[in-house]
Write a protein that binds this ligand. Sequence first.
Ligand SMILES: [Zn+2]
Ligand SMILES: [Zn+2]
Length: 150
Amino acid sequence: MAGAPRNTKQKQAVYEALTCLDHPTATQVYEYVHVGHPTLSRGTVFRVLGGFAANGQVRRVTLEGSDARFDHTLAPHAHGMCRVCGRICDIFLPDYEAIAKDARTDGFEIDGCEVEFTGICKECSEKMRRGAKEEYKEKYDERTQGKQDA
Ligand SMILES: [Zn+2]
Ligand SMILES: [Zn+2]
């Protein structure tokens, strides 16, 4: 009985980390929790995460070329991974739940769905746009410079 409240506190700390971080890996959750709860071991954090995933409180997301991520957003959604910085963004599709409705599976029983889009996140595309503008400006300056010399 004595362990029960402490256990709840651990779960709360882990869940809070999940809501503050953006699709973190288990290690990122541990690092976040560790700051406020230095006595919580990595093993405990991983176990709590595993428990959350097993009972459906969080979604475990496995994407190409990345460690498993944990997602507290349970509404059905797909993910986009930025090919520049690797960040994972939520992508909400209107008919996501119905995606496999009329699927022909030849006996395969679908029990989950992971849709992954590739692309470039907002921050990276803004950075690239800015970079392109500067590059353009440099070329423009070079050109105008050249004309003045001639
Ligand atoms: Zn990015
Ligand atoms: Zn998500």
